[in-house]
Design a protein around this ligand. Structure first.
Ligand code: AMP
Ligand code: ZN
Length: 115
């Protein structure tokens, strides 16, 4: 059973829920505000995001919900980073799409190939 599907069905874990997506705190935060926004539907990665309206709706909703949570958390004005890892080279560990909302301090650059 997918761990993020389980979390999506546990109202106590959620900080946001609508008909398409849920959000919850990352269990190992790497910055002061570290929240994951995921589709309710099990979609393993961006590679499996459906083409067309359904995928467009989910992808758009993930970002708009991150925007709203950033406002609620008080980090919108100073800024934040949104991250979706995909597949092996992208460093994805959990095989259910998740958008990281990262904020609460100035971000490191953190882009490039592994050494
Ligand atoms: P990624 O490397 O992009 O696949 O990110 C996976 C993220 O999921 C990591 O930041 C983990 O800390 C987080 N994570 C793993 N298990 C849980 C869990 N049970 N609850 C909340 N976050 C989790
Ligand atoms: Zn899942």
């Amino acid at each position: 059973m997918c761990i993020f599907c389980n979390i999506a069905k546990s109202p106590d874990s959620l900080i946001y829920e609508d008909e398409l997506v849920v959000a919850f705190k990352d269990i190992r935060p790497i910055v002061p505000v570290h929240i994951l926004v995921i589709p309710k539907k099990h979609i393993a990665s961006i590679n499996e995001l459906p083409d067309g309206e359904e995928g467009d709706l989910i992808a758009g909703r993930l970002i708009n919900v991150a925007k709203k949570i950033a406002q609620k958390e008080g980090i919108a004005e100073n800024g934040y980073k949104l991250l979706i890892r995909t597949g092996n080279h992208g460093g994805q560990e959990v095989q259910h799409i998740h958008l990281h909302l990262l904020g609460g301090g100035r971000m490191k650059e953190g882009i490039g190939l592994a050494s």
